[in-house]
Design a protein around this ligand. Structure first.
Ligand code: ADP
Ligand code: MG
Ligand code: MG
Length: 883
């Protein structure tokens, strides 16, 4: 097997650039080189080698030596330099690169190939001793950190001491001699900590680094990142070995990062930062304040230091040309690393840029309008789950703000929460349901779990491309970075701004769109849903087959859902209406009555209330179908708990408190979720369903009479297991309808159907469809009853089940397509065989989950139903499922 793929100098072993094999970075280096962009030559050791490396107990096969040697010869041929040559040494970087980018997760070593002899050669050929020694000290430090795994604190300290001794403030103030002296100190540290001198053999250096990159795949932080992002552990990383180019060769050299469009807003403007006389990570590490790429950005920020457009106009123009080529080639917004070596531009990386949801939307719509991608591609590009960010409130511009300070608007969205100063505390408090804002000097990959748990992130240091900013945008967390006036005292658990002190536990608000940081909580407003959002949703609607309804039981929720594009109500749970303050007593009276007569008396009180509920909902949902589920939960959920409540019910029903309590005790159930609930209530107390049916039909007739728009009620019977149950319930509903229509002198078209939420119902769907005119898959209960797992108790063991690969995902979040899915497919097939025009939908929580929606499309359902805020997500997911 071939493990090494060369790129550069007209060679492209990778061919079409297979990311699975070459990793994202390797594939795109190959891709950029093959479209003629200036890429330093190199080679990629494939991800297959990583997998084999771990299979073989962390050893390399002999054949790899020869392949790597051939790769080096390739680089040497193009650069005219030789690896380890004391006169004119070739230096390389050894870079990790997984299939999907894992920013900051994996390790890279730069300037490899320097030793006590080659550093002199480098100084001589470059005519720049300072540069040579700067590169050597960087190399020793990185190699010691990444490969030798020595404590990096000692190196940082030595650098600080050296600068202080010389009275230097910036790294760039250091001279050749200063760096040379520091190299000597570094080498001492290595010997002390490692017990051996720093490796001088360049081949040892190379193999050490290759091993370290493969080793970093199994580092703790890489594992955490993979778990959070659902990246399989067996993908492995590739290793890229590439000729070095140098941004640290003086004033005509620089290094930078850029996006071809603004990753926060999606605006069509180059966006990025660069640093003159610097290397690699200097830009993002916050060592010096980076400079803006464009004049416009510099002016907007009111910054003094020249932008790249001003400082290096020709190279900037060349870079702009590259941006255009890259967007054309990859047909997406690119996130780029570049280096300028003595005026010459080199491209070091490109990938599809991470972006906020707002940017994703704008870029997709813009690119479709520019003709770069099709409308269907635009629809496919936007992650439905990310829309969530856009559908939630932003800060009310009119609300008063107690502004503490401001930083960079690193990731948009507003968040309020209590201040915490470390990731573990963030995680702990968030687990208790507290909204927290993670406040750090700067973040590092070790903080990811805390960033994930936090509602927002605030840092004192770091730019728009700092770790905090990049990760926050990816996670959709609001972030304000580089709020320089924050003085954080993590030990004392407080921060100061000017005169003010904010302690852990106090509430602040951050606005990731403006960069403002405010004391206390600031009021929010609903988002604007027109513009690009409306455009993309219209394209999505054109592409989807599945209808999207909503789960809602209040007129307010119904209205929200309609604004979000719901095409009906898929689930209106009537029991929620029973809890309303004015009614609960009558509900309790009905439940606790020990005769039909007693129940009817209470139901008479509830009828007008329930009718009013439906009237309002029908009015909001004009002429759209509304599926109303008859009473479902175990009755004990409504029982009184306190003395006063018993007394109240006793008085309303004119019975004794003691008798009531006895009756309440009788109603106690050992396992209520499988007890007296669902249509079992209708079987034993038909008058309950009769009242509900009456309320529905009276409301429908009234609304039709008043507005001229006939509502479309779909009456749904819960927890049916047998045909006979549904038969009986349908009898009650039809009889009630007939009676109401006679009384009102008008007829309303309606359907009677059932939830499919028991395995027996799914299996006997053929029979049940003889009676039921529609099925709605109640996948919450169907998952519980199929797996025999109680959703409310699953928390304790479900994580282990997911960790151990028993479930790929939480089956209550994303449908178990194999087990529960098979029951659904059976029910669809048997139901349709009996009644070809049967309406089929899903109303569980899964109706708003994109993966489950894709399943519903495949299963051939007619609609999904999701909570109001998830309706747009479902519309987009349904379109993607259909494409
Ligand atoms: P990451 O995946 O963490 O971004 P990279 O492998 O991209 O790590 O490299 C880290 C830094 O070093 C980046 O800024 C990159 O541009 C720079 N770099 C990598 N290889 C070279 C090279 N051959 N010459 C100059 N700079 C390089
Ligand atoms: Mg990189
Ligand atoms: Mg149910």
């Amino acid at each position: 097997t071939q493990y090494v793929y060369r790129f550069g100098g007209g060679v492209s072993d990778g061919g079409q650039g297979d990311k699975n094999l070459l990793g994202g970075k390797g594939a795109n280096l190959d891709g950029m080189a093959s479209i003629g962009l200036p890429v330093p030559p190199g080679f990629t050791i494939s991800t297959a080698m990583c997998t084999r490396y771990y299979e073989d107990g962390q050893h390399f096969p002999d054949s790899l030596r020869a392949e790597v040697a051939a790769g080096l010869t390739h680089i040497e041929g193009i650069t005219g330099k030789r690896f380890g040559d004391a006169a004119d040494p070739l230096l390389v970087s050894v870079r990790s690169g997984a299939r999907v980018s894992m920013p900051g997760m994996m390790d890279t070593v730069l300037n490899l190939g320097l030793n006590d002899r080659t550093v002199e050669g480098l100084a001589a050929v470059s005519g720049d001793a300072r540069f040579a020694w700067d590169s050597y000290r960087r190399f020793i430090q990185m190699y010691s950190d990444v490969v030798l795994e020595l404590d990096h604190g000692a190196f940082e300290e030595a650098l600080e001491v050296a600068k202080e001794d010389k009275g230097h403030f910036l790294d760039t103030d250091m001279t050749a001699d200063d760096w040379q002296a520091l190299v000597a100190s570094y080498k001492k540290i290595v010997e002390q900590q490692w017990g051996k001198p720093f490796p001088q053999d360049v081949n040892d250096q190379l193999w050490g680094a290759i091993g370290a990159v493969f080793g970093s795949w199994q580092s703790e932080r890489a594992k955490v990142y993979r778990r959070l992002n659902g990246i399989p552990g067996d993908w492995g990383t590739a290793v890229n070995v590439q000729a070095m180019v140098f941004g640290n060769m003086g004033e005509t050299s620089a290094t930078g990062v850029a996006f071809t469009r603004d990753p926060a807003t999606g605006e069509r403007a180059y966006y990025g930062e660069f640093l003159i006389n610097a290397q690699g990570e200097d830009v993002v590490a916050g060592i010096r304040t980076p400079q803006y790429l464009t004049l416009a950005a510099r002016e907007r920020a009111g910054a003094k230091a020249a932008s790249m457009e001003e400082a290096m106009p020709e190279t900037f123009a060349e870079l702009a040309g590259v941006f255009a080529l890259l967007e054309d080639h990859y047909r997406d917004m690119q996130d780029i690393e570049f280096t300028v070596e003595r005026g010459k531009l080199w491209m070091l990386q490109t990938r599809n840029g991470k972006r906020t949801a707002a940017a994703a939307l704008k870029i997709a719509v813009d690119m479709a309008n520019e003709g770069l991608i099709s409308r269907d591609e635009a629809v496919a590009r936007v992650d439905p789950a990310a829309l969530d960010q856009l559908l939630h409130p932003t800060l009310d511009p009119a609300a008063p703000r107690d502004v503490l300070t401001s930083g960079l608007p690193a990731s948009p969205g507003a968040a309020s929460g209590t201040v915490v100063f470390d990731a573990d505390t963030a995680e702990k408090h968030a687990a208790q349901g507290e909204a927290v804002i993670l406040v750090r000097v700067e973040t590092s990959p070790e903080d990811i779990h805390g960033m994930h748990a936090a509602k927002g992130i605030l840092t004192a240091r770091g730019g728009m491309t700092s770790h905090a900013a990049v990760v926050a945008r990816g996670m959709g967390r609001p972030c304000v970075s580089g709020a320089g006036t924050l003085a954080i005292d993590a030990k004392a658990r407080l921060f100061r701004v000017g005169e003010r002190t904010i302690r852990e536990g106090e509430t602040i608000t951050i606005d990731g769109a403006s960069g403002e940081v405010m004391a206390g909580e600031v009021a929010t407003v609903q988002p604007e849903l027109a513009g690009d959002f409306g455009t993309l949703m219209a394209w999505a609607d054109g592409a989807r087959r599945l209808k999207v309804r909503t789960n809602a039981e209040t007129p307010h929720d119904c209205r929200t859902a309609r604004d979000f594009g719901a095409e009906g109500v898929g689930l209106c749970r009537t029991e929620h209406m029973f809890f309303d303050a004015g009614r609960i007593t009558a509900v309790r009276q009905m439940i606790l009555a020990d005769s039909e007569q007693g129940r009817r008396a209470a139901l008479d009180k509830l009828l007008p209330e329930q009718r009013a509920d439906f009237t309002e909902i029908f009015e909001v949902m004009t002429s759209l179908p509304v599926t109303i589920r008859l009473l479902d939960p175990p009755l004990h959920e409504f029982l009184p708990h306190e003395e006063a409540e018993f007394a109240e019910v006793a008085e309303a029903a004119s019975v004794a408190v003691d008798a009531l309590k006895r009756r309440a005790a009788e109603l106690h159930e050992v396992n209520p979720m499988l007890g007296h609930r669902g249509c079992r209530l209708g079987v034993t107390y038909p008058e309950i369903y009769e009242m509900q049916a009456r309320a529905i039909f009276e409301a429908a007739c009234d609304v039709a009479a008043r507005t001229g728009n006939a509502p479309i009620p779909e009456v749904m019977v819960p927890l049916v297991a047998t045909r006979r149950e549904l038969d009986l319930m349908k009898g009650i509903i039809d009889d009630t309808a007939k009676a109401v229509f006679v009384e009102k002198g008008r007829e309303i078209a309606y359907l009677v159907g059932t939830m499919i939420e028991l395995p027996r119902a799914a299996l006997k769907a053929g029979e049940i469809a003889e009676v039921g005119q529609f099925f709605s898959f109640g996948t919450n209960d169907l998952t519980q009853t199929t797996l025999g797992v109680s959703r409310d108790d699953a928390g304790r063991f479900l994580t282990s089940y997911v960790d151990k690969g028993i479930f790929a995902r939480d089956p209550f979040v994303s449908i178990d397509t194999e087990g529960v899915g098979e029951l659904i497919r059976i029910a669809v097939e048997r139901g349709r065989a009996t009644r070809p025009d049967i309406k089929l939908g899903i109303c569980g929580e899964h109706g708003g989950d994109p993966a489950s929606i894709a399943f519903c499309e495949g299963a051939g359902l007619d609609y999904v139903s999701a909570s109001p805020y998830r309706v747009p997500i479902a519309r987009l997911a349904a379109a993607q499922a259909a494409l």
